[in-house]
Design a protein around this ligand. Sequence first.
Ligand SMILES: [Ca+2]
Ligand SMILES: [Ca+2]
Ligand SMILES: [Zn+2]
Ligand SMILES: [Zn+2]
Length: 537
Amino acid sequence: MASWKAQCLRLVVVFAACVVAAYGSTDKDVIPPKSHDVQDMNKVKAFEYLKKYGYLSKRPAKDDASGVLPPDKAVKAIKRLQKFAGLAETGEIDSSTLELIERPRCGVKDPELTNGTEGFNLSESRERSRRYVVAGPPYQWTKHDLTYKVVNYPGPPSTITAGEVDADVIQAFKLWSDVTPLTFRSVDDENEADIRLIFGKRSHTEVEGDPPFDGPGGTLAHAFSPNSNWGATDGDAHFDEDETYTHGVYRGVSFLYTVAHEIGHTLGLDHSNVPNSLMWPWGRSYTSNFVLPEDDKAAIQSIYGANPNPPTLPPTPPTPPPAYCITFFSSLVLIRGQIYAFSHDKLWRFDTNGNLLSEQEGELSRTYFPKLPRSVAAGYERWYDGKIYFFKGRNHWVYTFVHGPPPLFKMYDVDPSNLPSEPDYPRLAKELSLPKKVSAALHVGDEGRTYIFKGKMVRIVDEYENNTIEETKTHLAFPGAQWFPTGAFYHDGYAYLIYSHGQGADYFRFKWDQTRKAFAGMPGYPRNFFKDFLHCP
Ligand SMILES: [Ca+2]
Ligand SMILES: [Ca+2]
Ligand SMILES: [Zn+2]
Ligand SMILES: [Zn+2]
């Protein structure tokens, strides 16, 4: 891997430069299958994606020229993508994989996560293997005082003004300079700039090997590693001008987020497989009070060290807390790596770093989940098939993800022979052999285990075997926990039990013990959920 990488000019979209160099004419012989069948269209799409983003990096075998990717190679590549993105490794282009493929993202190729990859640590548990990746020497700056130039500004369909671009660029550089000895200074002459930020459509520069952009959607931007033999283009970032860049609103593509991510590449970072890290390849919408996630801070400090003069925290202006900081959440559910917080007929979405991903005032939950009742009491996403279960009172609802325009989830039809009739919910919890009045639920994906909370009790269900492993008192399965959690989720090796009350919410945290197949209590809890998770005052 390392030697292969070193041979390439290092556009972090190594794709164009390297693939052409490594494959020569063979590359264009591999033609994806042509068909009007939807299934095959998805295969073509997936094939293009895997090739473009570094999941089919080996020289294709001769017989690939037939246009059909050998099934074992396809399965392997799809599994690698699913592993990187934290999806169930089915090896099939299932609905969540298709959704991932259609999500706008950075054009830079994803790193191959092997034992030998720089900066990537495999440790005991699978969950812990999620970590940042650095490009490694020599792809880093040898000086700390860097200069930049915003060479041009985007026209329509972007709605961001030149002033807003400049403000976002300053804020994006500050995210990185606050935690490192690096400094960034704007210069007037682009020829004096280390880092040039350039907007363009399709074939957007004269630079040989710079891959063209792909129109609206798909690739948002790409960047070039420092010291990677591209001459002046080293350390530059290019932004697809066919995107609708926005500033400070929840619509369109957040320019702040996009530029902050690309700067990470221009400083020598590769993509991280930590969901919701800044160097995670898939773009996301505007977030208020964006903070640099810990994974990215650790990544950049592993190259340049910490800031010897860390900035003193600026005095926080006395702004009223956002509405969600004084909301009673009837349930908190982790769905596709995001926390969905439900209250009455609304929901708020947060990433696991506590960045708000939805409107500050909340959104109607039915725009995501048609016919979902108000104040849903509990829910969880089952990893192996992506089904999302909700509970309230004596009833349950099941949803599945659909890619395309909202609503993003549709009711799951229990009996496929019923199609195209409407699935029939609510259904009784009893049909799932579950009690009524479930207050919270969490799902440990790797184990296929679901914990269903009701009153003082928790029922541990094996989803693979479809049976109950154990029913016990909550504080026995979760040492130190109180009864009756109102929300729960499992993330990255830890379970969180949340207790909403009139004045906010407390939470307890428990570590999954792989050997004992049980949760261990952690000292120092309960803590304030709104402060820790949602950055509320
Ligand atoms: Ca440059
Ligand atoms: Ca694009
Ligand atoms: Zn990227
Ligand atoms: Zn470019």
